[in-house]
Design a binder for this molecule. Structure first.
Ligand code: OGA
Ligand code: MN
Length: 221
């Protein structure tokens, strides 16, 4: 089934957004969840204050050495996969986010202060709905992100579009083309390449809301 719905024919977004279902195996998924479980068990869900970009979440920046060999292999497989654009700088540590069933992320553009051309995410545990909105054209793309899927934002999708992760509705679900998908607790692993000095980036701005490890979320829209 198609995992992206574009609001209108938008060649830019079509080029710069991708969703890959079944990007890792169930065994790889379970191994990641298992290693993250005690990490997140020690933390409380943070509410964030009234204007926060993200609510009801836990997060952890995971140094490469912190992963067991199985998960290190999975992360390496993703970083070196042929869906990645060529010529990226070194990878930042994986940023793991645990959203509660009520958690969601408001529209924002990731900070351009530390992270480079790619913002990509692996979804675990439950299906989420992401929406991109182009700041200039208003074009939107809706992304259905089931567990084990991987999405990639680059170009305008990275720099010129806000992205958000929708809250669940009153029934605890997100709706995609008329079908409801339970949206429970959801973990994502975010992959970002380091900003390499002189590479240009193309973002501008770079407002960081602070709070997030290292790179932060861009200013809320
Ligand atoms: C972020 C973000 C999306 C996700 O951490 O900046 O937008 O899939 N995360 O969790
Ligand atoms: Mn983001």
């Amino acid at each position: 089934m198609l995992k992206i719905h574009f609001s209108q024919a938008d060649p830019t977004l079509r080029r710069d957004v991708a969703v890959y279902p079944d990007f890792i195996t169930q065994e790889q998924h379970d191994a990641l969840v298992e290693q993250l479980a005690p990490v997140f068990r020690r933390k409380r869900y943070e509410k964030g204050h009234w204007d926060a970009v993200i609510t009801d979440y836990k997060e952890s920046e995971r140094a490469d050495e912190s992963w067991n060999q199985t998960n290190r292999d999975t992360i390496e497989q993703i970083r070196t996969s042929n869906v990645m654009p060529p010529g990226l700088g070194p990878w930042l540590p994986v940023h793991a986010i645990d959203l509660s069933a009520q958690g969601h992320i408001k529209p924002h553009v990731d900070s351009v202060k530390f992270s480079g051309k790619v913002v990509a995410g692996l979804s675990l545990l439950s299906t989420a709905l992401m929406t991109l909105r182009h700041e200039d054209t208003g074009a939107t793309a809706a992304l259905l992100l089931p567990p084990r899927s991987f999405y990639m934002l680059q170009g305008d999708a990275r720099y010129r579009c806000t992205h958000e992760v929708s809250p669940a509705d009153a029934d605890g679900a997100v709706t995609w083309h008329g079908k409801a998908y339970p949206r429970g607790r959801r973990i994502s692993l975010i992959f970002r390449d380091a900003l390499v000095a002189g590479s240009g980036g193309g973002g501008g701005g770079g407002v960081s809301a602070g709070g997030a490890p290292g790179y932060g979320y861009g200013a809320p829209q």
